[in-house]
Write a protein that binds this ligand. Structure first.
Ligand code: SAM
Length: 236
């Protein structure tokens, strides 16, 4: 369970109403029962439920069960989609190990106003469900050109493009060596990238342009496929 409070032995955390309701009425925890909590900074802690009535509860931090590790340095850069498709994309990107979520605005991006709060709450929910302790950073939307130009030269860019010559993406990435600790995966908008954008991204010093196969995938499917391939070849 994610809690937005410092965690240390003996700390008492007042839960928000929705969290208290989840613990007491969905999980049906009773006073003294334990739940694992994290805040994205202080590792994972076992905490005991302290109940006040049927609607309010506190947690008392007992002992640390996992240390906070380094967050994965995988930036997932994507043209924002609308509503449910964006929710899905954010959840899956977090499950597949993205450490930073970066909306990028491209020429054909249809959804240029991004609800960052909603993205953050989806990222937290996904982190809770897959048991990671770091909450992915949600960055403000940025223009594609500025984003590419602002990247470190040595950061690997995995550029997913349905117009790339069809070849085996696993082999293409395996050529780079086993581990690539700092990388960006880029997936485009519903209408794809323009030729000008392709040239812009390809001009980055360490860009690998990959095909995810001969079929044009929906952008949210491409997110899962690309991150799964990247993790299987270059991840830890
Ligand atoms: N119209 C669909 C939609 O609404 O999602 C498909 C959009 S597809 C053009 C969106 C992005 O997914 C592309 O810009 C590219 O980054 C990625 N993509 C889709 N199929 C791909 C493929 N076969 N190989 C590489 N990237 C792909």
């Amino acid at each position: 369970l994610f809690v937005d409070a410092p965690l240390q032995g003996g700390a008492r955390i007042a839960l928000e109403r929705s969290q208290a309701n989840y613990l007491l009425n969905v999980l049906r925890l009773k006073a003294g029962e334990a739940v694992l909590i994290f805040n994205g900074r202080d590792g994972e802690w076992r905490a005991e439920v302290s109940v006040e009535g049927r609607k309010a509860a506190d947690l008392v931090c007992m002992e640390q069960t996992r240390q906070q590790g380094a967050a994965p340095d995988i930036v997932y850069a994507f043209a924002p989609l609308k509503h449910a498709r964006l929710d899905y994309m954010v959840q899956k990107a977090v499950e597949m190990g993205a450490g930073v979520l970066q909306p990028v605005l491209t020429r054909r991006t249809q959804s240029t106003r991004v609800n960052l709060e909603r993205m953050r709450s989806n990222a937290i929910e996904a982190a809770e469900q897959c048991g990671i302790l770091s909450i992915p950073e949600v960055r403000e939307e940025e223009n594609l050109e500025r984003f590419i130009k602002g990247l470190d030269k040595d950061r690997l860019v995995v550029f997913c493009d349905e117009d790339a010559p069809v070849s085996n993406p696993v082999q293409a990435l395996a050529k780079l060596g086993n581990k690539q600790p700092r990388l960006v995966v880029i997936v485009g908008p519903e209408g794809g990238f323009t030729d000008q954008e392709r040239a812009l991204v390809a001009a980055h010093e360490r860009c690998v342009c990959v095909s995810l196969g001969p079929r044009i995938l929906r952008a949210d499917t491409a997110a899962v496929a690309a991150l799964a391939i990247v993790q299987s070849v270059l991840g830890d």
